[in-house]
Design a protein around this ligand. Structure first.
Ligand code: ATP
Ligand code: MG
Length: 393
């Protein structure tokens, strides 16, 4: 079978000694996402990765849909791979041009040749010109447009020759697994899935923690978070989700602490519990979807208080973003439609009537000192359920 997929990754990350580790992880991740599509050989050559299916019925379109979500991949092209033989290349390229013109109403084209095999007896320019002429002869109504063609025919002459017409952009970033692990505080809202996606994009493996307040929040709220994890897991290559019961803590805070500090003390508990889980799973940091000033619990003062209860670095990739910018990303990564489904979040069950916007660490600590912190945290950890979420197929 001559149909293959050509995968490009960006050189910029590849300087120095990390390069083999980067490429090795990328290949591993590619094999993982293509799992279930059938036998295919995945291998690297000349700064490219090639997926070569063994059978005709391999679903190239589905493979490409999955590959465009793999961090570290810059772009992909469905291509044909043939022997480097001039006549063979000409015949195949003309055939490809005919197929394209039959499917789409294209009127103009351009041939672009890259010749990595310098023993090939023609220059790239000569080859493009001759092939262009041949295409024109075979498809009479077609014209060449070198500036703004309707479609390209790309020919890469190497040990083998690759011909393709499309360069499909992928997510870029770095391969998940090349940059440690972090634990994401994942609500059912718009922000935290985007925050997790952004950190995973930099090569970080992710685990998620969700706090729920059964029976105040329904099974549906939990299902919503699981649906979000499924979408995220396409990018993170599977995802562990820790579901932490939070009702006891919220009731205690609600009963025993000043109402204006309710949200901030709740946030302190979330951070502490997430840090305990993170330590156990080997995470090097926590991730939240906070942005400065978005709500009372996200003022500079509030963030300082939330930060003060953990030692681990807290990554807040949305910190300087406007809501509309976050929404744009959540639409692009396909979490938005799930995030906007109506649901009760544990944060909306007990709400401070007038939440403090300038909390201090001293007051927060004083107000929460009436609680049996260790016991509350231990109960929550004991009640935690962990599930592993596979990417949807
Ligand atoms: P989001 O859209 O992510 O829910 P938000 O703007 O609603 O964020 P908050 O509700 O104040 O903001 O939550 C701030 C951050 O705290 C969230 O981005 C998330 O990281 C974490 N968080 C909030 N609620 C939960 C929850 N139920 N489980 C896990 N993490 C949570
Ligand atoms: Mg929220």
């Amino acid at each position: 079978m001559d149909k293959i997929i050509l995968i490009r990754y960006e050189e910029i990350f590849l300087k120095g000694l990390n390069r083999p580790a980067f490429e090795g992880q990328l290949i591993k991740n590619i094999k993982k996402v293509l799992n279930g599509l059938g036998q295919a050989n995945v291998s690297k050559a000349q700064n490219r990765i090639y997926v070569v299916p063994e059978f005709e019925d391999y679903d190239i379109d589905e493979a490409i849909t999955r590959l465009t979500k793999v961090f570290g991949i810059a772009s992909v092209s469905p291509a044909v791979k043939i022997e480097t033989d001039k006549q063979l290349i000409f015949d195949k390229a003309v055939q490809i041009a005919k197929d394209i013109v039959n499917r789409k109403q294209y009127k103009t084209f351009k041939v672009e040749t890259r010749r990595a095999d310098k023993t090939f007896p023609m220059t790239s320019m000569e080859f493009s010109r001759e092939l262009g002429g041949l295409v024109l002869k075979n498809i009479p109504h077609l014209k060449v447009d070198v500036n703004n063609p309707d479609f390209f025919i790309y020919v890469e002459i190497r040990e083998f020759t690759y011909i393709y017409s499309e360069i499909i952009p992928a997510v870029k970033g770095l391969p998940v697994g090349t940059n440690g692990r972090a634990t994401l505080l994942l609500s059912g809202g718009i922000d935290s899935p985007v925050a997790g996606w952004m950190i995973a994009k930099r090569g970080v493996a992710i685990e998620a923690v969700h706090f729920y307040s059964y029976p105040y929040t329904s099974e549906r709220a939990k299902d919503k978070v699981i649906s979000l994890c499924k979408v995220l897991s396409r990018y993170t290559l599977g995802l562990k989700l820790h579901i932490v019961p939070f009702t006891e803590i919220q009731c205690e805070i609600n009963e025993k602490c000043p109402n204006e500090y309710l949200t901030i003390i709740m946030r302190m508990y979330m951070m502490r519990i997430a840090e305990r889980i993170a330590e156990k799973n080997g995470s090097l940091g926590l991730i939240t979807g906070e942005a400065i000033g978005q709500v009372a619990s996200q003022t500079m003062e509030s963030l300082a208080v939330t930060d003060s209860v953990v030692r681990m670095p807290v990554y807040r990739p949305l910190i300087g973003m406007d809501k509309s910018e976050v929404v744009e990303i959540s639409q692009k990564i396909e979490t938005y439609d799930i995030s906007i489904l109506p649901y009760e979040d544990c944060c909306t069950v007990f709400v401070a009537k007038h939440p403090v916007t300038k909390p201090t660490i001293e007051k927060a600590e004083r107000y929460e000192s009436v609680l049996d912190m260790e016991k509350l945290i231990q109960n929550a950890l004991d009640g935690t359920d962990t599930i592993y979420i596979e990417p949807p197929v």
